[in-house]
Design a binder for this molecule. Structure first.
Ligand SMILES: [Zn+2]
Length: 316
């Protein structure tokens, strides 16, 4: 959580805290929470998600947030919630990494479980991560960009003119499940050859295992690729090509100024970029290029900062 530390504001006295929001980021492995003052994390913590239903986890998160606010003498005015799936019609529609009790739940009901008694708003993690970068990270000064998260999965969203693009069912810009290799590996969504099935950290590990018989973490495969291991280089090349196709789709549909890449695998962007750019330039029209691919700045805390910003504008 390097980015988190970088954002912590030093030496803040209790009486200095104004205009703050509560922020909660629910992920498959942990629930991160924080008190956010504009661009800064004033206080933060986290709790294991543990594959449990929301009523088993959120009341404790709410209590922890209240205690943090009291410690800092802060009175947050709103609550922003980031969830790992598309949200539309006031409902969380899909969330494959959470207990099934989260899915199909009304957002206002989920917000109420936190028991914070302030207006709230929720959105999908990739959109709020993008907003976080817009407010306080690599998106500062940009008007419209695509946000790519490369981790155990591949996620994405579009920030257009400073607003997240939602689409009819909240999944606009979600290129993780765009088909790039029709006969490619089976994806978690049940189809074949999605971007996620060749370009996620998980996929890179699986493909390397299938080709070498060795089960090694993504960071080690990256190290081997940099050291000249031809299989490792080919696996990253294939992932980059898939991501280039995804970026071309974004370029043609939304004509963003840049793609901001975050997530643990973005640390290996140097290995992905050569084939990504080749594939992007082969597929996108020159009128929609160049489309620079730039690394995210906030990293992990981006959805928290974005959730607070979103809540400030949309909480009801
Ligand atoms: Zn898929």
């Amino acid at each position: 959580m390097e980015g988190m530390t970088a954002l912590l504001r030093e030496g803040m006295g209790a009486e200095e805290v104004f205009d703050v929001e509560y922020a909660v980021d629910v992920g498959g492995t942990k629930i991160a929470y924080a008190i956010i003052d504009g661009q800064h994390i004033v206080a933060e913590g986290s709790l294991a998600t543990d594959g449990r239903p929301p009523e088993d986890r959120l009341p404790a998160v709410g209590e922890a947030l209240k205690a943090l606010a009291q410690d800092r003498g802060a009175s947050p005015a709103a609550l922003g919630l980031s969830l790992p799936g598309p949200i539309a019609h006031g409902v969380l529609l899909h969330a494959p990494n959470l207990h099934r009790a989260w899915v199909g739940r009304r957002i206002d009901e989920i917000l109420r479980l936190l028991g914070l008694g302030v207006p709230g708003a929720a959105q999908r993690d990739a959109l709020l991560g993008g907003l976080g970068e817009y407010v306080a990270g690599a998106g500062q000064g940009l008007d419209s960009f695509a946000y790519l998260t490369l981790g155990t999965g591949v996620g994405g969203g579009l920030i257009l003119h400073g607003e997240p693009l939602l689409g009819t069912d909240g999944a606009a810009g979600e290129i993780g499940h765009l088909t790039v290799e029709p006969r490619g590996p089976l994806c978690g969504c049940g189809r074949r050859g999605c971007v996620e099935s060749v370009a996620s950290g998980t996929a890179i590990g699986k493909i390397y295992l299938a080709e070498t018989g060795e089960e090694v973490p993504g960071s080690e495969i990256a190290r081997r690729a940099r050291g000249g291991d031809m299989v490792a280089r080919r696996v990253f090349g294939r992932a980059g090509a898939a991501l280039g196709t995804a970026c071309a789709a974004w370029a043609q549909v939304a004509n963003p100024q840049a793609v901001i890449a975050g997530g643990s695998l973005a640390q290996s962007l140097d290995l992905l970029l050569p084939s990504l750019e080749r594939s992007l330039h082969r597929r996108a029209w020159s009128a929609n290029l160049p489309l620079p691919i730039i690394p995210a700045k906030l990293g992990g805390p981006a959805p928290l900062v974005g959730a607070a910003y979103f809540a400030r504008r949309h909480a009801r």
